[in-house]
Design a protein around this ligand. Structure first.
Ligand code: PRP
Ligand code: MN
Ligand code: MG
Length: 180
């Protein structure tokens, strides 16, 4: 375990197993639909790639870079588009792929935006859900795991851009918070 973590929540194997289960569900629900999987950078990189590899249907992928946290540990509520989609959303069945739903600000913003652009359907898949963090009303359509009200990192999820590379998900030890 990385020394800046308090505990491991989900091992590499736990994640692989759950991602496979989710991919089976998604493949069933989107059979014949060629969904556009929209990964939200950067947190969803690992989940998006691992999910895509397990799908048994045709699908396309694109990415949006949306940021609401900056370098802090809690959501600012202000969502910024850093990189937009290259694919037209109009008429597409879109599956937004996220690593975590916390306040819900990011996903509410992206979902509304893609609906506004004329997507046929917009659903959300998120590996993690932290219900205790919610500030706006939004739910995932597919959720991997619920997490407690702790600062989680790993498998794409960062604190101040660190720990994204870890193949497992753990609880950050706040003794290692960067103070300024
Ligand atoms: C994190 C995380 C989600 C979002 C969840 O992204 O990856 O996208 O925050 O929080 P919310 O529900 O409160 O909006 P962040 O903005 O830190 O960017 P990153 O993915 O590049 O780390
Ligand atoms: Mn993110
Ligand atoms: Mg972040």
């Amino acid at each position: 375990m990385h020394p800046h973590l308090k505990a491991i929540l989900f091992t590499r194997e736990d994640i692989q197993k759950r991602v496979s289960e989710l991919a089976i569900e998604v493949s069933k629900d989107y059979e014949g639909k060629n969904p556009l999987v929209v990964g939200i950078l950067k947190g969803s990189i690992m989940f998006t790639v691992d999910l895509l590899k397990e799908l048994t249907i045709d699908a396309e992928v694109d990415f949006m870079d949306v940021s609401s946290y900056g370098t802090g540990v809690s959501s600012s509520g202000e969502v910024r588009i850093l990189k937009d989609l290259e694919t037209k959303a109009e008429g597409r069945d879109i599956l937004i792929c996220e690593d975590i739903i916390d306040s819900g600000n990011t996903l509410l913003y992206v979902k509304k935006l893609l609906e506004h652009r004329g997507a046929s359907s917009v659903k959300i898949i998120s590996l993690l859900d932290k219900p205790a963090g919610r500030k706006v009303e939004i739910d995932g359509d597919y959720i991997g795991f619920e997490v407690p009200d702790e600062f989680v990192v790993g498998y794409g999820i960062d604190y101040a851009e660190r720990y994204r590379h870890l193949p497992y998900i753990g609880i950050f030890n706040q003794e290692y918070l960067i103070k300024d």
